[in-house]
Design a protein around this ligand. Structure first.
Ligand code: FA5
Length: 335
């Protein structure tokens, strides 16, 4: 039996053939299984001895089949790699198939708008520490405001940036005042997703610090940004909002452009979408950034970039933007 098994195993060149062999020897009615069943008719010492032999044979058959499967898998993978090598990546393409992601398109448009108003564009890490994400923003440890954002903590004690405000302190320290900067970035929050919430989304932060900056400057920049991005009139609602790093703070909502303000899943049936919280930078935050709040004031805003893209392009479900669905994304071709 052992000999015939080894012969057949040698001949089994693909996983299907090995599986057939496994069934033929180890399956319910397989030869080895039948041998084991036959033990019931043998008695005494002989039963013990035969039992040991058959079990050893069973173990060897199992091991050899396992090894053969590994060998075949490796050969199949190698064949796959070899066939991939047949593509000639140096051939010129007849037509470019790629397109920019709509978030990239809107981010670039915003960068242009703000650069034309004297803002610099800053980059910042996605992995940050507690100090930058919270403490430097006037959110001490155990402050209830930390519960406003469900944070992903890393094993080394650092965390994934929950908001672009996490870069404020470093940028203030880098440039001092006066200062105008925007910093787009990806944010992460451990929250349940729905049509207007993702666990990974983009924001774009902006800060402007100078002598005599007031709420009217803030309103002017918000209005300019929105009218240039949407290229049409939109309804905006500015209402008080609480964030420990601004005083006073505001929520800037826009009338939902998916339903025209009637209410739909994209705006949780309210007709409005929270888009760009903002406010006057809290003196404690300026101080932590090395800027004297007696001399300088400033505003900050945290634009929900992914939501802005939803509204601009009429994307009903925010999750579509992270889906990587090329068919859906390729409609946003850049002229
Ligand atoms: C903040 O993150 C503050 N850092 C914003 C800020 C900056 C306030 C500067 C004042 C001064 P909030 O958690 O509300 O605030 O998020 C800001 C915006 O990001 C929201 O209005 C929304 O448009 C977007 N946003 C927040 N959570 C999500 C999410 N889960 N999915 C998609 N967009 C989101």
């Amino acid at each position: 039996l052992r000999e015939s098994f080894e012969r057949e195993l040698e001949a089994a060149k693909n996983s299907e053939a090995v599986e057939k062999l496994r069934v033929a020897y180890l399956g319910k009615k397989g030869s080895v299984t039948e041998l084991l069943k036959g033990l019931k008719d043998v008695s005494g010492e002989q039963k013990k001895e035969m039992g040991q032999h058959i079990n050893l044979l069973k173990k060897q058959v199992e091991e050899k089949i396992g090894a053969q499967i590994e060998k075949i898998k490796a050969a199949e993978e190698e064949a796959l790699v070899a066939s991939a090598e047949q593509y000639d990546v140096t051939l010129p393409v007849t037509e470019a198939e790629g397109s920019y992601h709509p978030i990239t398109l809107v981010q670039r448009q915003l960068e242009e708008i703000f650069a034309s108003m004297g803002f610099t564009i800053e980059d910042y890490s996605e992995i940050v520490d507690d100090y930058h994400c919270f403490e430097a923003l006037n959110i001490p440890k155990h402050h209830p405001a930390r519960d406003m954002q469900d944070t992903y903590y890393l094993e080394n004690g650092q965390l994934l940036k929950t908001h672009t405000s996490a870069a404020q302190n470093a940028i203030m320290k880098k440039y001092g005042a006066p200062l105008r900067a925007i910093f787009p970035g990806r944010c992460f929050r451990n929250e349940a997703t729905d049509a207007c919430h993702e666990n990974t989304f983009f924001q774009m932060e902006g800060i402007m610090i100078d002598k005599n900056i007031s709420i009217s400057n803030l309103i002017y920049f918000m209005k300019t940004m929105l009218s240039e991005v949407f290229e049409r009139d939109i309804n905006v609602c500015l209402r008080p909002g609480f964030f420990p790093f601004v005083e006073p703070g505001f929520e800037l909502d826009i009338s939902c452009l998916i339903c025209g303000g009637e209410g739909c899943p994209s705006c949780k049936n309210s007709g409005w979408l929270e888009l760009c919280p903002c406010g006057m930078i809290h003196p404690n935050v300026l101080t932590a950034g090395g800027i004297d709040p007696e001399e300088y004031t400033g505003f900050a805003f945290g634009l929900g970039l992914t939501r802005l893209v939803m509204m601009k392009y009429g994307v009903k479900d925010i999750r579509d933007l992270n889906s990587g669905n090329l068919k859906a994304l390729s409609q946003f071709r850049h002229e």
